[in-house]
Design a protein around this ligand. Structure first.
Ligand code: UGA
Length: 480
């Protein structure tokens, strides 16, 4: 039988806000704390600061009842049984995670605490952070009886954050005491028992009452490492397939076929084998660097991760060179850019490979018209609009009279383009696709020169040369 727990979530970024809304959805009483007063006001007034499916609905459903927003950390902590720390852990100059926000919040919790609380790390943090939090509490004179520190890493992806939370592959609870374990299990009980999935208002997803997410109880240190190691492993998988894609290009094979064949091995699995322009976002680049740094601190050589990072950087450059090889030079060329966010389904542009490629093209004199369904506003803060950089409202406005269209992220909309229309408005029917959204043979038939990742480039099939013989037509293609 599920019990309602009073929860404070400190930090209302992607992880904090989604966790707060989802805890409320599970029936708990939640106060979400942020020191950004403007953001708190916006959330109170019904605003939604991030683009995330189902989040506006959840916030609306629970705002007037079990979900509150405040900048008063002290009051929120006092009212809570469990305090989740979900503040940012950005990358410091050395590559390690900057834990100063966690440090500040831990001291503030220490000053507020007036009864037993479970303090839970929800942000991605290096192993031993739990011990630091414990030390901060002790330094501030908090008795050990008054708190436990636990780790409950979050595995949600931006764009599908709510479903990832409520339909998790697993729920990891890193705990050192029965009392903390019991409280965290109570919090997740509606999911782990399957009860949540029986509700008619449940957010739909892969989990059902008969197949609820498993709960894994571990030590706090193991939970911290599970999070870092999972992200580093997924990033490794992506860099691995990107190198395989480069081999496919050189050998004349199709990386999509290769990835399918590899993914059918249940030990490998099909997911995160999508070759592209390299990983980006606020997590993988930062977490790979932080995990490598953790290893260094412990005198463990994790050179593999250095290689993963190197491949990722090179993949962006390689893609840029591919676009250039299709156009010969960039100066004065009009490029339609589709996609600015680090992936489809989000407005997040942090560490976006798309922006990196756009900057490289601008640097070489290209004239860009860019479209992204959600990220244009944020992108403008990094690359301001100007005579050579325009942000437009739709794909076709970007493509009008362009010398080429370049797809940089995988919004569903970009996989469903009206290709006839696109071809008719482009000055030259050239598409360079960093996400392999189209079938090369079909593109050639439609009259496109189409370059993608890990697959042979094709020319329009009405061209005298056979599709696939692009290297002869453009001698510097792929040699650049
Ligand atoms: C990632 C993890 O997938 C989540 O499990 C984790 O909780 C999150 O980081 C975090 O630590 O907070 P996210 O950054 O939202 O989630 O995005 P992903 O969907 O994992 O994509 C990351 C990058 O890898 C994107 O640039 C994406 O385009 C790229 N990617 C992903 C590929 O190039 N190929 C793939 O097969 C998959």
């Amino acid at each position: 039988m599920s019990r309602r727990i009073s929860i404070a979530v400190v930090g209302s970024g992607y992880v904090g806000l989604v966790a707060a809304a989802c805890f409320a959805e599970l029936g708990h009483r939640v106060v979400c704390v942020d020191n950004d007063e403007a953001k708190v006001r916006m959330l109170r007034e019904g605003g939604v600061p991030i683009h995330e499916k189902y989040l506006p609905g959840l916030l609306k459903r629970h705002r007037s009842d079990r979900l509150e927003f405040t900048h008063d950390l002290r009051a929120a902590v006092r009212a809570a049984q469990a305090v989740f720390i979900a503040v940012g852990t950005p990358q410091s100059q050395t590559g390690s995670a900057d834990l100063s926000y966690v440090d500040v919040v831990a001291s503030e919790i220490a000053h507020a605490i007036d009864g037993y609380k479970v303090v839970v790390e929800k942000s991605t943090v290096p192993v031993y952070t739990n011990e630091w939090i414990r030390r901060v509490m002790a330094r501030n004179g908090v008795s050990q009886q008054l708190f436990d520190v636990a780790s409950n890493p979050e595995f949600l992806r931006e764009g599908t954050a709510v479903t990832d939370f409520l339909h998790a592959d697993r729920i990891v609870l890193g705990v050192e005491s029965e009392r903390a374990a019991e409280m965290l299990q109570q919090i997740y009980e509606p999911l782990s028992s399957g009860a949540y999935y029986q509700s008619e208002h449940a957010i739909p997803g892969a989990r059902t009452a008969g197949d609820p997410p498993p709960v894994l109880l571990t030590s706090t240190k193991a939970a911290e490492i599970i999070k870092h190691a999972s992200n580093a492993f997924l990033a490794t998988k992506i860099s691995f397939i990107n190198v395989v894609a480069n081999i496919c290009e050189a050998a004349g094979a199709d990386v999509e076929e290769v990835a399918r064949g590899m993914g059918m091995d249940s030990r490998i699995g099909p997911r995160f084998l999508q070759a592209g322009v390299g990983y980006g976002g606020s997590c993988f680049p930062k977490d790979v660097a932080a995990f490598r740094h953790v290893a260094e601190q412990m005198n463990v050589d994790f050179g593999l991760l250095r290689e993963v990072e190197k491949i990722n950087t090179e993949q962006r450059r390689r893609f840029f060179l591919k676009v250039r090889s299709a156009l010969w030079t960039f100066r004065g060329k009009r490029i339609a850019v589709l996609g600015l966010a680090f992936k489809g389904g989000t407005d997040d542009i942090r560490e976006s490979p798309a922006l990196d490629v756009v900057e490289q093209m601008l640097h070489e004199g290209a004239i860009i018209r860019a479209y992204d369904p959600a990220a244009a506003e944020r992108a403008q803060e990094v690359i301001p609009p100007g005579p050579r950089m325009q942000y437009v409202e739709d794909v076709y406005a970007a493509a009008e009279d362009a010398d080429a269209v370049v797809i940089l992220n995988d919004w569903q909309e970009f996989a469903e383009l009206d290709l006839q229309r696109l071809r008719s408005i482009l000055r030259y029917p050239i598409m360079v696709d960093a996400r392999n959204l189209y079938d090369p043979t079909a593109m050639a038939k439609l009259g496109f020169s189409y370059l993608s990742i890990g697959r042979a480039a094709v020319l329009p099939s009405r061209h005298p040369r056979e599709a696939g013989d692009l290297a002869e037509a453009y001698p510097n293609l792929l040699l650049a």
